[in-house]
Design a protein around this ligand. Structure first.
Ligand code: CO8
Length: 267
């Protein structure tokens, strides 16, 4: 059966649904897809939609054009921020990135160029990161007299360790996709023309699995990372038990024993 694509153009984003995958493209190429307030509000809207739509199983996010994923927060807006506004702005942005991280369905960042500051932080809030071999990643905020505000001081050390996170945050140096792969900041590097296919290949594998198992698995990793091991293992056992209450568990185990493909309903 052919799948119909649903396409919505926002002022700063393109949002498209094709089968089980929703595609979000940050679309401000003239400013290298920098995140202004309006773009952040649109990101919230599309991720809330993806979360609520049971037909969407995976989200892929990328940047428009061939130069940038996202080159950070919009420096024009940053330049005019008062401290009180900055606090609100940061909380609001962090909440959008928390929504992405805890969406209950995976988001794959296809990093097709510069991922700097808020752009690197957006990628880090995603579940899986792939980069094209021309991508450059970094946290250049200290060059602007500010510190990272969308999770760079928190998610980066959790992903790459404290030493590398300090090096990147304090030097403001941009690293290549290959270096990002070496330190564990991205999961794989491809030629630019292969990037979306790399994301889609994993997205299709994820979409074939049980939706609730995916959700509980993400929850166990995300929440467990913030806990001592014993508590994390306790959470895992609890969520394992919850997964055993689903119809999908009955279907998945029965399908294996009957040597057929499982037909998961997300129930
Ligand atoms: N914001 C606004 N405009 C931008 C941004 C940005 N982050 N990045 C690039 N642009 C604009 C440029 O001003 C330029 O516009 P114009 O054509 O009108 O002059 C256009 O995009 C193209 O950029 P360049 O000419 O600079 O392109 P180059 O290829 O020469 O350089 C770079 C590419 C290296 C990526 C360069 O553009 C650059 O250094 N950009 C800024 C990167 C940066 O510092 N990002 C971090 C921003 S701070 C941040 O993200 C904080 C997040 C937390 C915020 C918390 C809430 C307040």
């Amino acid at each position: 059966m052919a799948t119909t694509a649903v396409f919505t153009r926002f002022e700063n984003l393109i949002y498209e649904k094709k089968g089980a995958i929703a595609y979000v493209t940050v679309n401000r190429p003239k400013v290298l897809n920098a995140l202004n307030r309006a773009t952040m509000s649109e990101l919230r809207a599309v991720f809330e939609d993806a979360q609520a739509d049971a037909g969407v199983r995976v989200v892929i996010i990328t940047g428009a054009g061939d130069k940038a994923f996202v080159a950070g927060a919009d420096i024009k807006e940053l330049n005019l921020l008062s401290p009180v506004e900055a606090k609100e702005y940061t909380h609001r942005g962090q909440a959008v990135f928390d929504l992405i991280e805890n969406l209950g369905k995976p988001t794959i960042a296809c990093i097709n160029g510069f991922a700097l500051g808020g752009g690197c932080e957006l990628a880090m809030a995603c579940t899986i990161r792939f980069a094209s071999d021309n991508a450059k990643l970094g946290q250049p905020e200290v060059k602007l007299g500010i510190i990272p505000g969308y999770g760079g001081t928190q998610r980066l050390p959790r992903l790459v360790g404290k030493g590398m996170a300090m090096q990147l945050n304090l030097s403001a140096e941009m690293i290549t996709a290959q270096e990002a792969l070496r330190i564990g900041l991205v999961n794989d590097v491809t030629a630019p023309g292969d990037l979306m296919a790399r994301g889609e290949a994993i997205a299709h594998k994820i979409a074939a699995n049980a939706p609730l198992a995916i959700k509980y698995c993400m929850e166990a990793v995300n929440k467990g990372m913030e806990m001592p091991l014993a508590e994390g293992l306790f959470l895992e056992a609890t969520l394992f038990a919850v997964s055993c209450s689903t119809e999908d568990k009955k279907e998945g185990t029965s399908a294996f024993l009957e040597k057929r493909a499982a037909n998961f309903q997300g129930k």
